[in-house]
Design a protein around this ligand. Structure first.
Ligand SMILES: Cc1ncc(COP(=O)(O)O)c(C=O)c1O
Length: 346
């Protein structure tokens, strides 16, 4: 259904040591950029939003941009089953399962849960995984730490029975997947040039580092005068600088991520995918004031962090025009319906 076609990288990316050869056409692009006035943003700042929640319906969010490159490689290698991993309600795994199916491939997902024996819920991303017929293996957080070896082992077994597996790492965040956000910056730059707009700062959520790696490489190479800021929703700044630097080095970029990207640390809150009342309240206020929905795991925490940081340490922003990159994740809202109903009783 989706044939890959030959890919030409932006001219400014020619310096990179490895450039993908093929790309699939999976996402609805370009995603819109619109003016936006979410709550609690000090009046001195103007805001815009880039709607990667609109990259598709079942393929909604940032992961599909990475999958355009990853699944093109899987097709080039004549693979017939895609393996990946994430949390039980992983947006990445849902997008992978749906896109793989659209490309005629099966999927095998390793999903992390503290109670692997509990029945699988039919809700959120998991509902989509199950409807497209993804094979699901539930693994404990301890097993998840060995995810690379687990997926290798499963791929080995699949090869023995005549299948052709393709492994996608957590979040699709390797050098090839991150290329999706090199392209996304080219798309944004074209849109801004066409509309005559400028922005000073770019803010987005960071969960496995691939989006951040692509964005900081593209901004560094293209020379765009825009300062990127990533809000980590798990781990910490040191972990992500390390991971992003590893990807940058694979491309031959020696400039350290620490000089290219500001990581706004300190907003993991109660933990990965765990929402505080304040975060959910802010998410509700944003929907009620602007009609745009944030997800509880990524974009909700990122915008909440931005609103606080603008008040507490405004000097870390380079100007007064900020683009918030909405990276999707809306199916994650269904996972919070009980917590939301307790917070907002009828
Ligand atoms: C909705 C959403 N936003 C942001 C991210 C973070 O992107 P990355 O994993 O590339 O850091 C993810 C995935 O982790 C996601 O699902």
């Amino acid at each position: 259904m989706h044939a890959s076609s030959a890919y030409t990288a932006p001219q400014w990316a020619a310096a990179l040591s490895s450039v993908p050869s093929h790309r699939l056409d999976l996402a609805q692009l370009p995603t819109p950029i619109a003016r936006w006035s979410p709550p609690d943003i000090p009046a001195a700042w103007e805001m815009w939003i880039k709607r990667d929640d609109c990259t598709g319906i079942t393929l909604s969010g940032n992961k599909v941009r990475k999958l355009e490159f990853l699944l093109a490689e899987a097709q080039q290698q004549s693979c017939d089953i895609v393996l990946s991993c994430g949390g039980l309600q992983s947006n990445h795994c849902r997008a992978t399962a749906v896109a793989a199916r659209q490309c005629g491939m099966d999927s095998l997902l390793f999903l992390r849960t503290p109670s692997p024996e509990a029945p699988l819920p039919w809700t959120g991303n998991l509902l989509m995984d199950r409807l497209v017929g993804a094979q699901i293996q539930r693994i404990t957080p301890a097993q998840y730490r060995q995810r690379t070896a687990l997926m290798e082992e499963a791929a080995q077994h699949l090869r023995q029975i005549g299948r052709r597996p393709y492994i996608i790492p957590e979040g699709g965040s390797n050098a090839l997947g991150s290329w999706g956000y090199i392209e996304a910056i080219r798309e944004m730059a074209t849109q801004l040039a066409q509309s005559g707009q400028s922005i000073d700062d770019l803010v987005f959520a960071c969960g496995s580092g691939g989006t951040a790696a692509g964005i900081c490489a593209a901004i560094a190479l293209s020379g765009l005068p825009i300062r990127p800021h990533a809000v980590n929703v798990c781990d910490d700044a040191a972990y992500f600088y390390n991971h992003i630097n590893a990807i940058l080095r694979l491309w031959g970029i020696s400039k350290p991520a620490e000089t290219l990207l500001d990581i706004i640390d300190g907003y993991v809150g109660l933990g990965y995918a765990v929402s505080s009342e304040q975060e959910l309240f802010y998410l509700q206020q944003t929907a009620a004031h602007t009609g745009i929905f944030l997800d509880p795991v990524y974009t909700g925490k990122a915008l909440y962090a931005l609103s606080k940081t603008l008040t507490q340490t405004p000097e870390r922003f380079s100007g007064k025009r900020i683009l918030f990159w909405h990276t999707g994740g809306l199916f994650g809202l269904y996972d919070k319906s009980e917590q939301l109903s307790a917070l907002f009783p009828a």
